[in-house]
Design a protein. Structure first.
Length: 380
């Protein structure tokens, strides 16, 4: 296998490793509480993402050793293209047509921009330039973090700002890495220790910021932003501080600007797609959640429940009706006079009719006179 083919293969594997790390980071961000949005150190998945990102960075450096920068850097932009189908395959997160268009636009624009950056002689930065670059990077990252905190109610915008901050940190880490690599050709000195510390701080900050950028914003938008901002910042510093230029003179510069516009359009498309999805989710949540009941309803309900609880047990309706009726203590009906064989019929006392305890539902019961067969003669 030729050195060029090996460089291309390593670049592809590096992009796949970066994509896998981004997918794992996004899954960890979704399932982690808010207090662990930057560094979920107790999550094994996060350490797996760190390992994948480290593997991607190592393979990228090895690919640069075997192939030219103009080839390896554009191939590194394929991370977002690999991440979308991998997310759909492994975690079931499918991207819509708008997300795909934005991702492809960002990748094509970035690849074209990087391919137009010409190589220059190896140069390093002096102490003043290193201090200025470190302080400027720290100020930019802090400003982006403050802005992200100010727009915390809009997860998509917050995610983009944190992804930009992460891209700036990673890009400047690459700049300091190149500076130290140039210095090491003449031997390692104690003056390189501050630069190594800056590299460690920027790489760690970039990793933590990228982890926070995936929270509540999906995968495509923050990953595409990070993938574009990282090499663009490194290329901008290379042009301004290392004397790098665009190829083909004025034509190459115009093409590079066009590619930058295409890449920015892809990022804007991804951001607006995410904002539209958030708006739809918020509308669906408002429709599905019923309005809270009035405050008087629970109060009235509690008053009724307390009143019912204080009442005596329920009484049978028949017993209540019987209790409301007025029944006389004694009912006496006049009896017919009893005939006597010796004379006229004699008057007798009215017959006492025993009280009847049964009373129907539809009115008082009128007792019927009981005939005394011993005192009344029945004639046929």
């Amino acid at each position: 296998m030729s050195a060029l083919a090996l460089s291309v293969l390593l670049s592809f594997v590096s992009a796949v490793a970066y994509a896998g790390g981004a997918i794992v980071q996004e899954q960890v961000a979704v399932s982690s509480p808010g207090a662990q949005q930057y560094a979920p150190l107790r999550r094994p998945g996060w350490w797996a993402a760190v390992a994948l990102n480290g593997l991607g960075g190592l393979l990228h450096v090895v690919a640069l050793a075997y192939g030219p920068l103009s080839l390896v850097q554009p191939l590194g932009a394929l991370t977002i293209v690999f991440a979308l189908p991998m997310a759909a395959l492994f975690v079931g997160r499918r991207a819509g047509a708008t997300a795909w268009r934005g991702a492809i636009m960002a990748t094509v624009g970035l690849a074209g921009l990087l391919s137009l950056v010409g190589a220059s002689d190896a140069q390093s930065l002096d102490t003043t330039q290193r201090v200025a670059a470190a302080l400027g990077t720290a100020g930019a990252v802090v400003a982006l973090m403050v802005a992200a905190r100010a727009v915390h109610r809009h997860p998509a915008v917050r995610s983009i700002l944190l992804a930009i901050a992460s891209g700036v940190a990673f890009g400047m880490s690459s700049v300091f890495t190149k500076t130290v690599a140039v210095d090491w050709t003449g031997g390692v000195t104690a003056a390189d220790l501050p630069s190594l510390a800056v590299i460690g701080v920027l790489a760690t900050a970039g990793m933590l910021l990228s982890q926070a950028s995936y929270r509540g914003a999906g995968l495509a938008a923050p990953l595409a932003t990070l993938t574009v901002v990282n090499p663009v910042v490194a290329a901008a510093v290379g042009i301004t501080m290392f004397g790098e230029t665009f190829r083909y003179g004025t034509t190459g510069t115009a093409l590079a600007l066009s590619c930058g516009v295409v890449a920015a359009g892809g990022l804007i498309l991804l951001t607006t797609e995410r904002l539209a999805r958030e708006h739809q989710e918020a509308g669906a949540a408002e429709v599905s959640v019923p309005e809270p009941a009035s405050e008087t309803v629970p109060a009235a309900r509690s008053a009724v429940e307390s009143a019912v609880g204080d009442e005596a047990p329920a009484v049978d309706p028949a017993e209540r009706l019987l209790a409301g009726l007025t029944v006389p203590e004694d009912v006496r009906l006049p009896s017919a006079p009893a005939p006597s064989p010796d004379g006229p019929a004699e008057e007798t006392d009215p017959l006492a009719v025993p009280l009847v305890s049964y009373v129907p539902f539809y009115g008082p019961y009128v007792p019927v006179a009981v005939v005394n067969r011993h005192r009344t003669r029945v004639t046929s």
